[in-house]
Write a protein that binds this ligand. Structure first.
Ligand code: BGC
Length: 996
């Protein structure tokens, strides 16, 4: 991979992820996939695909973002209505994209739409045409969405457009290119029968969308959140947007936990739901309970007529007991591999009952403990929270105390929270109970944990001596001067000249003195949807968090972030500021697009796979925002007032899973206070729970220019670094210069309010982490890095790993590690991704579009060195053809060897071409293979440096036969080549016909 250039393999893998995360909500008439159909494309967003939301999570500079219109035009399977495309093009000239004034949140969340009357639409419509309308919304940092047209709601123009389309066309497909869910009541009102959530799919998201719409890829995404009818009925709505205090009255009843328990009739599309182009039957073959371990063995059968993947989801209905429980709770899931029609795969899930326990913050069973209350534990399995079957009842005769912890983070303000009241079996009404408030003395807790630390400054040692075990980390830190301790806790930025230009921060050896001690400067960059470099540096933009979670595929996401890690490494970036993993508590949160899900288990498992993918390659992800940054309105001020139970079961859980499961090493605290104490100075959050309970051994950084306070009665300021240090939030982000930043640390330290022990403790965290970074290894010539041991939160096995769609004998594996210079296609095998040539007709399903970005390969040089001699002019008119009799020298040129007989493996034959008309060309070859019929010989067609097709011929026992292929070529194309993957093919004639 080239240094400082966006990675093409990351880009194409990201497209694959984008395909997997698209959620098909409706396909009532089986309108999709559209294959060989006439399409009319509506909606101005066809020209401006939203790759991501705005703010820090969206500012990735990219080479290009293909639009929906462009992606469609690249596709061979549709015939687009040109008149409509032109109409939009013209209209957009007069109504250009409004990008705001360049400041965050100045861009409107929706763009003006073109008004089209019923009559106009009627005039534009061709016979047998399908209407596809794309609706776009962005969102982002610093501004929440609103329950208004142009944000959560459709504008009148959008609504009328869809309505008019519905009145004119038999079939209307609505595509939502949105970061957050939007109000979906229009689907029923207008009787829309085909709908997809395409989310923000990153740089090639539009292409991924077209891949799915046209059946190149089968949809398999599932909703990571609930789509419901009425915001007003959702209790989290009551305080949402308040600028001072947000009472989390809904408690643990967030998203589907609320709706399934109290108002199932309010749900439009349930959590976990998403269609495929085929249907599945999920069968529970057996289950077993051994101690706390519950094992399920399923068979998933494809009972439809297309391939597809299914997500098996297991939900728990726990006894209400004294604490109260949601009616349904996701406890495990597995995504299958692609299953061929009428075939099945076996999958197993192993779950741990103790991880399904509830936190007793009131002491009803046992104060500050995770408990399993006695009663019936009913497990359901299916493909959404709604569509499932009962699978197992497990009875606990006694209450079980799983773990007793310490009260931490409890609210100081009293309020009431929701609790279910069972009115009849499994039917619940809303009830309320008083939330337990704090009973511990936080100041005493903090003081009692302070120990003694030595101070012996000297200049002798270097950090590498610690790494090489010549001295202990304790000694190294004791040897640092007080000034150095004060400075190392300050990160510099943004766009520090000490690291990769334009990135978010530098920390570690940011001063001369620290640098002389061999402490390198670590670079961190936004995050989470790719590398942000305000210098203008280009990187790859990834699908947004919600789409990533919609894949329900931790393996795929781990792989994606391994590729992301490679791009980071090529830019010398050690930490990406992501994943964003706040719970999607409310659909109007402006940053939901960055976040994963409303469910903590899904959040934790997907975040773990992101972190693991990065760690596998030696770089890190800063899990953010720790915790409860659940609205953008007054995000640095509004107090999140939450019960300890909801904090632990909902808002901390995803982080807890990722810390324990992927041994995450970096956390970013949030801007907001939690129960009166700002996250960056919150001792219970950063020490009692994170370090002492979860054994986190990494670093904690603040969000950029965060505020801190001493206790719930004091004001928060950006200069209160002392409070940050006491809480064990290790690093402040960011200051222009660590030496001169005015703050209270020094003064408080000399006043005895911050101890040497506390400072040393944080600095040790920082240095321990730094010794694990690639920058430290680079600067000290250390070649390897140690991977951490991983304990899985739950075990899942997809027992049939065979890639069922493709007959393996028809796949030629070229490389399984992408080291080959030539990139073909991706084939999934044993959850590893191999580079392969797929040699049967079905291979077009995996041909990633026709206009891939440039690839460095053996053709690149040839393309660049083309002279205008011996050029093959391709036909201009439809059905015109040129005929190359390879016996005649005039059809050979210096790029094409003389002998087309018994062609050798890896041989490349090329023609310089002149294409006067963009279009589809059918290329036919007269060949023979002196081999038996069971042998297979593949060869590929390249246009310029891009592999457009791979064909295979069986042996022909020496007889001449014709085989054909189709490629699209345009005016910019200069080289047509054939590459042979096995020896033995003879070619006699080639003809090329222009065909549409
Ligand atoms: C955001 C963070 C981001 C940081 C650095 C803040 O405004 O909240 O998520 O990583 O800026 O850009």
């Amino acid at each position: 991979m080239n240094k400082m250039e966006p990675s093409l393999k990351l880009r194409s893998f990201a497209r694959r992820v984008a395909q997997e995360g698209i959620v098909l909500l409706e396909n009532k008439r089986k309108t999709l996939p559209v294959i060989n159909k006439k399409i009319a494309l509506f909606g101005r967003i066809q020209g401006n695909y939203y790759k991501s939301g705005t703010g820090s999570g969206g500012l990735v500079n990219v080479t290009d973002v293909p639009s929906f219109k462009q992606a469609f035009s690249e596709n061979l399977r549709v015939d687009l209505n040109k008149e409509i495309l032109n109409l939009y093009d013209k209209w957009i000239l007069d109504n250009p994209f409004n990008a705001g004034n360049g400041q965050w949140a100045s861009e409107p969340w929706a763009q003006t739409e073109m008004d089209l009357s019923l009559e106009e639409i009627n005039n534009l419509k061709r016979d047998d045409e399908i209407a596809v309308v794309i609706i776009g919304r962005t969102a982002g940092e610093d501004k929440d969405n609103s329950n208004k047209p142009g944000s959560y709601k459709l504008t009148d123009t959008e609504y009328n457009l869809i309505k008019n389309l519905k009145m004119t066309y038999q079939e209307v497909v609505v595509v939502l290119n949105v970061g957050n869910i939007i109000d979906m009541n229009f689907i029923n009102e207008l009787n829309i029968e085909t709908v997809l959530y395409a989310w923000h799919g990153g740089q090639d998201g539009a292409r991924a969308l077209v891949d799915v719409l046209t059946g190149y890829i089968e949809p398999s995404g599932k909703l990571p959140n609930t789509i419901f009818k009425n915001l007003e009925k959702y209790p989290a709505n009551n305080w949402f947007g308040n600028k001072k205090e947000i009472y989390y009255e809904e408690d643990i009843y967030v998203g589907y936990r609320f709706f399934e328990t109290f108002m199932p009739e309010e749900v439009l599309y349930p959590f976990g739901y998403g269609l495929s182009y085929t249907d599945f039957l999920i069968n529970l073959n057996s289950h077993s309970v051994v101690g706390n371990k519950i094992r399920f063995n399923f068979t998933v059968k494809n009972i439809g007529d297309r391939c597809g993947k299914e997500v098996v989801q297991v939900y728990l209905n726990a006894p209400q007991g004294l604490l109260g429980k949601p009616k349904m709770q996701l406890v495990g899931f597995v995504k299958t591999t692609l299953i061929k029609p009428s075939l099945s795969v076996d999958i197993s899930l192993e779950l741990d009952l103790s991880k399904m326990s509830s936190y007793d913050d009131a002491g009803k069973i046992s104060k500050s403990s995770y408990v399993l209350e006695k009663g019936e534990y009913n497990f359901f399995y299916g493909n959404s929270v709604r569509n499932n079957k009962h699978g197992l009842t497990h009875i606990l005769n006694e209450n079980l105390i799983v773990e007793t912890l310490t009260e931490a983070l409890a609210p100081v303000k009293s309020f009431k929270r929701i609790k279910p009241k069972e009115i009849e079996k499994n039917k619940f009404a809303l009830d309320f109970e008083e939330v337990p408030t704090r009973t511990i003395n936080l100041e005493n807790r903090i003081k009692s944990n302070i120990k003694f630390s030595n101070y012996q400054p000297n200049n002798k040692n270097k950090l590498i001596d610690v790494y090489n075990k010549k001295i202990s980390l304790d000694t190294f830190v004791e040897n640092l001067k007080e000034e150095e301790l004060f400075e190392i806790v300050l990160g510099e930025g943004m766009s520090s000249p000490k690291v990769t230009p334009g990135t978010a921060s530098a920390f570690g050896g940011v001063t001369d003195e620290l640098s002389k001690k061999g402490i390198p400067v670590v670079c961190s960059a936004d995050g989470p949807s790719g590398i942000r470099m305000d210098s203008g540096g280009l990187a790859t933009s990834l699908p947004n968090g919600t789409l990533i979670a919609s894949t329900f595929d931790p393996y795929l996401i781990e792989k994606l972030y391994e590729f992301e890690a490679e791009e980071m490494i090529s830019y010398n970036i050690d930490i990406i500021l992501g994943p964003g993993m706040n719970i999607q508590r409310h659909p109007l949160n402006g940053r939901n697009f960055e976040y994963l899900s409303e469910d903590p288990l899904l959040t934790g498992i997907i975040a773990s796979s992101i972190v693991r993918g990065l760690n596998n390659k030696g770089v890190y992800g800063a899990m953010k925002h720790f915790i409860a940054n659940n609205q953008e309105t007054a995000r640095t001020e509004a107090d999140s007032i939450i019960s300890e139970r909801a904090i632990r079961e909902i808002y901390l859980k995803g982080f807890e899973i990722a810390v324990k499961e992927s041994k995450a090493s970096v956390i970013m605290t949030s801007y907001n206070p939690i129960n009166g104490i700002w996250a960056a100075s919150n001792y219970d959050l950063n020490t009692t729970i994170l370090r002492n309970e979860w054994n986190f051994d990494g670093i904690v950084m603040t969000d950029w220019w965060a505020k801190m306070n001493d206790d719930e009665n004091s004001e928060a300021t950006r200069e209160n670094i002392a409070a940050m240090v006491v809480a064990q939030n290790d690093i402040y982000k960011v200051v222009p210069d660590a030496k001169t930043y005015i703050n209270n640390l020094k003064e408080r330290y000399f006043a005895g309010k911050v101890s040497l022990y506390e400072l040393h403790r944080n600095v040790k965290n920082i240095l321990n982490f730094i010794m694990k970074t690639l920058v430290f290894r680079r600067e000290n010539n250390i070649k390897t890095f140690d991977k951490k041991e991983i304990n899985y939160w739950f075990l899942q096995e997809v027992e049939s790993f065979e890639y069922p769609f493709i007959d393996e004998s028809k796949v030629t594996i070229i490389s399984d590690d992408f080291k080959a210079n030539t990139k073909f296609d991706l084939v999934e095998k044993n959850h590893k991704y191999a580079t392969a040539v797929i040699n049967d007709k079905q291979q077009t399903l995996y041909n990633f579009g026709l206009k891939l970005a440039k690839i460095e390969n053996e053709f690149t040089k040839l393309v660049n060195s083309i002279e205008n001699k011996n050029v093959l002019k391709l036909p201009i008119k439809n059905w015109d053809k040129i005929y190359l009799n390879l016996n005649q020298p005039s059809y050979r040129n210096h790029l094409a060897p003389e002998d087309w007989m018994n062609i050798n493996k890896d041989a490349i034959f090329s023609y310089k071409i002149k294409v006067e008309e963009f279009g589809k060309y059918v290329i036919s070859f007269e060949i023979s293979l002196d081999q038996s019929k069971v042998t297979q010989t593949p060869f590929s067609i390249y246009v310029n440096d891009i592999n457009k097709q791979t064909l295979t011929s069986n042996g022909t026992l020496g007889k001449k036969v014709w085989i054909q292929s189709t490629v699209v070529m345009g005016k910019e194309d200069k080289l047509l080549s054939f590459k042979f993957h096995k020896t033995g093919m003879c070619i006699y004639n080639i003809d090329i016909v222009k065909h549409g």
